[in-house]
Design a protein around this ligand. Structure first.
Ligand SMILES: Nc1ncnc2c1ncn2[C@@H]1O[C@H](COP(=O)(O)OP(=O)(O)OP(=O)(O)O)[C@@H](O)[C@H]1O
Length: 384
């Protein structure tokens, strides 16, 4: 079998029509440089920032045609926001409901209930949210590897999948089956890789959760927090649902969070959304522990060479601009993709690898902040 070439990849990408439905994505100049390494193909497609969401099918189509080429073992395609549009002075899209959100986080914040209204969970030292302004940036993958990084630092760790509509923990941690109950009420968490885990995915079929309305989701979440036999934990990592809508805001208000970690990709579009996430936590006075830049740069698996094809550094600049800690850069690698899809997260399956080291460093930085906050030192307040 001959090795796959760049030309073959570009040729097959000519069969994928661009957003104008007339020209293909190569003609339209939307495809970045193509990297091929060990029969795996990596590239990004540049799209206008405001259309990234609706163009997800384009990304999938491009990934599919490349994967179907004989000799290709895998393809990893990302959407990149069109920077030129911004450089040319096009204003970045703003959320209609929060017109001042990303410039004046405090100016227009509505009145919120005081933080004293939140109550701790007995036995749990600190609860940390992992959030992202939008889906698909690798929030769940980061949450799992961060949790494992905290575990590797000698802490007792649990992870709560708060994404009721799209739970990912059963897949990411390769856990199946139903949890057992104590006294018909308290649920035993599931476990793998030393983590205690709870997810709506263990309790109901995905289709059932899909038809739930807001209040049901809220009570399901609080139940997963309080009616689960977590035991003694130093830290519970909550994988928040993506986005910054009302549901996320309520959740951030109701869960007694010690702090939040924001995950973003380096692209402008993701950063705009990350900013919304930051503002959301500020509104409810939850300390932002910092930003992680995921899919920051690309490392060719064969040569180890590093390529900055995704606009690396955006999240660090953003963190510096607004004065919050920058927690680290996680590269885009096939290893992360494959292990998260296979349910064998890298920090557990390749603890000595470079990427595991990056996640452990992030975990150390996060914990250094959390353990210095008064919430950690104070005993948990018993609820009800
Ligand atoms: N650094 C990375 N390198 C390569 N692939 C990655 C990386 N981070 C995440 N991925 C892949 O990107 C996809 C999305 O990741 P993940 O499910 O963690 O994102 P998410 O932000 O939680 O998404 P959603 O909000 O839709 O649940 C997954 O297939 C995952 O394996």
């Amino acid at each position: 079998m001959t090795d796959i070439t760049k030309e073959q990849v570009l040729e097959t990408l000519r069969t994928v029509r661009g957003p104008d439905l007339e020209h293909n994505i190569i003609e339209l100049g939307m495809v970045s440089d193509v990297f091929i390494s060990d029969a795996k193909v990596y590239f990004s497609i540049t799209v206008p920032a405001e259309r990234a969401k609706e163009l997800e099918p384009l990304r999938l189509a491009a990934e599919r045609v490349v994967k179907e080429l004989p000799g290709v073992k895998g393809a990893l395609v990302t959407l990149t926001a069109d920077k030129k549009a911004n450089a040319a002075g096009t204003p970045a899209p703003r959320p209609a409901a929060q017109p001042h959100a990303h410039n004046h986080p405090h100016t227009h914040a509505p009145q919120q209930p005081p933080r004293a209204g939140k109550i701790g969970v007995p036995g749990i030292g600190a609860i940390i949210a992992v959030a992202s302004g939008k889906g698909g940036v690798g929030k769940s993958t980061t949450a799992v590897n961060l949790a494992l990084g905290l575990l590797a630092n000698g802490l007792r760790v649990g992870i709560l999948d708060a994404d009721i509509y799209g739970p990912s923990m059963p897949r990411l941690l390769k856990i199946s089956g139903r949890p057992t109950q104590i006294d018909g009420r308290i649920i035993n968490p599931m476990q793998n890789y030393g983590l205690k885990v709870m997810s709506m995915g263990f309790l109901v079929e995905e289709e059932t959760a899909m038809i739930w309305r807001g209040p049901m989701v809220q009570s399901a979440l609080l139940q997963m927090l309080r009616e689960v036999a977590w035991g003694e934990l130093d830290v519970l990592v909550v994988d928040m649902p993506p986005g910054t809508g009302d549901a996320q805001l309520t959740m951030a208000q109701q869960v007694p969070l010690a702090g939040a970690v924001i995950v973003s990709t380096p692209q402008d579009l993701a950063l705009i959304d990350a900013r919304k996430g930051l503002n959301m936590f500020r509104k409810v006075e939850v300390p932002v522990l910092g930003i992680v830049e995921n899919m920051s740069y690309f490392i060719a698996p064969d040569t180890g060479a590093r390529y900055d094809i995704f606009g690396h550094g955006g999240a660090r600049k953003e963190a510096e601009r607004i004065g919050i800690p920058f927690l680290g850069e996680v590269p885009l690698t096939m290893g992360i993709r494959e292990t998260s899809d296979a349910g064998t997260p890298l920090v557990a399956s390749d603890p000595n690898g470079t990427v595991a080291g990056i996640y452990r460093d992030i975990a150390t930085k996060v914990w250094a902040q959390v353990s210095n906050t008064p919430q950690r030192a104070a005993p948990s307040i018993v609820f009800e």
